[in-house]
Design a protein around this ligand. Structure first.
Ligand code: NAI
Length: 290
């Protein structure tokens, strides 16, 4: 049996070996985002770091202050930051940008997060629609083409009006929808910065190159990979806190119990009895013909 954190949807070669060796493998980044599992949520701990660091990267690249300042040259207005996706990384990005004094606007396809954005002092903007991407697992589901067309208009307006855009959008915790087109980048102010946190999944911006910074129309598009490794002490401090709690999820009736009916154990289970059992991994596995 293997208990690890190995992002199975991306590590298909490891998944192949695990099935071949009939290893029962769990990945903590697949633990469902339910209340009972909050204290063992390693994925959120890493996303928190990513959201925080994304703002620092943007502030470093933006050729203006984040806060409003009175200077000898007159009043400098606060930088404007637009966040796409108000999940864990997005909310931390907003909080960090607010702490630096920026004006923050955010959008999401889950209506329920509007209140969370406002509680951080941000402005929530969203497509007026009966559709809502919220699912029981806490992740967003895919919406209609009509919704994405309307959202494209909203995102184009916001990109043109803001100095910094931070994108974190994921569907089902795996797929990165393409939300910022080359045309939208072309309409942004030169000197603006996009930090695409979904770069690892291919990116939310059409022009993102994972692991690189590209400049298009004077706009810097940063596609960072593995940001938690740039805040290593924080990333490492997560394991001693969360791992014992995950192991305790197996402890039932005074014994180590592989209860495949348990929501946490079932959600984190990737391979078992020579088969891939985790739905998103299975889907990637089939799609790539692995
Ligand atoms: P999450 O699943 O909590 O948040 C994603 C959010 O995007 C959700 O709130 C979802 O409703 C929203 N969303 C989905 N489709 C959307 C759309 N069309 N428009 C607006 N919002 C939409 O994910 P989490 O944990 O916050 O991670 C966010 C991103 O950060 C992910 O892409 C993740 O891979 C990335 N990440 C990047 C790291 C790095 O080093 N680059 C490290 C850790 C996380």
């Amino acid at each position: 049996m293997l208990l690890a954190s190995f992002q199975p949807t991306k590590a298909l070669e490891s998944v192949r070996e695990l099935t071949a060796k009939r290893i029962t493998a769990f990945s903590t980044d697949c633990i469902p985002r339910i209340t009972r599992a909050q204290s063992m949520d390693t994925l959120s701990a890493m996303s928190n770091i990513a959201g925080y660091k994304a703002v620092l990267l943007a502030a470093n690249e933006l050729a203006k202050y984040f806060p409003m300042l009175m200077t000898a040259a007159g009043t400098i207005f606060a930088a404007k930051v637009f966040v796409i996706g108000a999940g864990v990384a997005g909310l931390q990005a907003m909080a960090t940008a607010k702490r630096l004094g920026a004006t923050v606007t955010a959008t999401d396809t889950r209506k329920t997060v509007g209140e969370q954005v406002q509680s951080l002092g941000g402005r929530f903007v969203a497509v007026e629609s009966a559709e809502d991407a919220q699912t029981a697992s806490g992740y967003a589901k895919e919406l209609s083409q009509d919704f994405y067309r309307k959202q494209g208009e909203l995102i184009a307006q916001q990109c043109a009006a803001n100095d910094v855009v931070i994108t974190t959008a994921l569907i089902g915790g795996v797929k990165a929808p393409k939300l910022i087109t080359a045309e939208m980048v072309g309409a942004m102010q030169p000197g603006s910065v996009i930090v695409d946190l979904a770069a690892e999944a291919g990116g939310n911006c059409e022009l993102t190159r994972p692991g690189e910074t590209v400049v298009e129309n004077g706009v810097k598009i940063i596609g960072p990979l593995n940001l938690p490794s740039t805040c290593l002490r924080m990333a490492a401090s997560c394991s001693p806190a969360t791992w014992p709690r995950f192991i305790l999820a197996f402890w039932k009736e005074n014994a180590f119990n592989l209860d495949l009916g348990d929501e946490i154990i079932k959600g984190a289970l990737i391979t078992h009895a020579g088969e891939v059992v985790h739905a998103a991994t299975k889907q990637r596995w089939k799609a790539t013909g692995a």
